[in-house]
Design a protein around this ligand. Structure first.
Ligand code: ADP
Ligand code: MN
Ligand code: MN
Ligand code: MN
Length: 337
């Protein structure tokens, strides 16, 4: 028997963006626990905007667990929030996803590192050199002295946890970075994205640095942060075709407002038509077009309209559960042969 430190993690009820919450439970196990071995737990929902004071118990239902390499016998336990009667809480968007391991999602999470509300590397007053050399840049003048150490450590924490982190790049604005998470199954991909956010935020605590997920933390000629959402169903990869693709895009056009509604707050500040975006009230698609709502990769055209598509509208603060859920809802309206 050994003492395992189980960090139970969940999303709270804050609007428009949920916060990650976590608390530790110590339990004896003979070996690294499987999901089935992890008990349900509870918390005070009145402190997380998930319940009123008079009946405030919410239930944590473990849905995935990952090794936490920062601790001896550490386990990261991701949870859905449930009512005591076993039904999903209204803040539980994960429960709305029609899961299917044949549907793949790749999320490109952009964000800023900030210190006291200013992007890392910005002078106390005024601005650094304009955008140009920061994207995928190297050298102190481009990336500063701490960011690379953090993003590389974050990558290792994710890989140690078994999270399918696929890559990193320095982004267009100073202090702005991106990582990518890919998963087979929308729930798996979105779970791992939330865990990757958690690990990054927790890692940054000891540096005195925050992770800013807002989509437009600096006004002016500075890129905002997106969370491009790449998706493919088995049908899109294996059958596809021009006719199906056009029907799919017609459905995305029809439901464009419903998509924008769950693609992250304040997106009008980011989706302006500038800085590699389409404007918020338009829907279009285009081959390799980074100014489109949906970008068609070259591989998709080369493969006769088969493969994945990139929805560029979701922003950095969006909830991947809600984004995936909406994309799948729209796809489900389009008949397949
Ligand atoms: P870019 O910055 O050029 O848009 P990235 O390499 O940052 O490209 O992101 C591409 C994303 O697409 C990755 O997250 C990758 O996992 C994802 N992806 C690749 N193939 C598929 C697929 N078949 N289905 C869903 N996502 C995919
Ligand atoms: Mn990218
Ligand atoms: Mn990017
Ligand atoms: Mn992209």
């Amino acid at each position: 028997m050994a003492k395992y430190k189980l960090e139970y993690i969940w999303l709270d009820g804050y609007e428009p963006v949920a916060n990650l919450r976590g608390k530790t439970l110590v339990k004896d196990f003979d070996s690294f626990p499987t999901l089935e071995m992890l008990p349900k737990w509870g918390f005070d929902g009145s402190s997380t905007r998930q319940a009123e004071g008079h009946s405030s118990d919410c239930v944590l239902k473990p849905i995935a667990c990952y090794p936490d390499s920062t601790k001896t016998n550490g386990v990261l336990v991701l949870n859905e929030v449930m009512h005591p009667d076993g039904t999903p809480h209204s803040t539980n968007a994960r429960a709305t996803i029609l899961d299917d391991p044949g549907t793949w999602f790749g999320f490109e999470q952009e964000y800023f590192f900030t210190v006291d509300g200013r992007p890392l590397g910005f002078p106390k007053e005024g601005y650094p050199a304009p955008q140009g050399e920061y994207y995928t840049g190297v050298g102190y003048k481009n990336v500063g002295d701490l960011a690379r150490e953090i993003v590389d450590k974050h990558l290792d924490l994710c890989l140690d946890a078994g999270i399918n982190h696929e890559g990193i790049n320095a982004e267009v604005a100073k202090g702005q970075w991106e990582f990518q998470i890919f998963g087979k199954g929308p729930k798996k991909a979105a779970d791992e994205l939330w865990m990757a956010r958690y690990l990054l935020m927790r890692l940054c605590e000891s540096y005195g640095i925050d992770v800013e997920f807002h989509c437009k933390p600096i006004r002016g000629d500075w890129n905002g942060s997106g969370m491009h959402s790449n998706f493919s169903t088995a049908y899109m990869r294996e059958v596809g075709g021009k006719e199906y693709f056009e029907a799919l895009m017609a459905a995305f056009d029809k439901y464009k407002n419903e998509h924008i509604a769950v693609y992250g707050p304040d997106n009008h500040l980011r989706l302006t038509g500038l800085h590699e975006t389409q404007s918020i009230d338009k829907f279009n698609y285009g081959l390799a077009n980074r100014g489109a709502s949906i970008r068609i990769p070259h591989s998709f055209m080369d493969n006769n309209y088969r493969g994945y598509l990139e929805d560029r509208r979701p922003n950095s603060a969006g909830d991947p559960y809600k984004i995936a859920s909406r994309i799948l809802q729209t796809i489900a309206t389009v008949p397949t042969k």
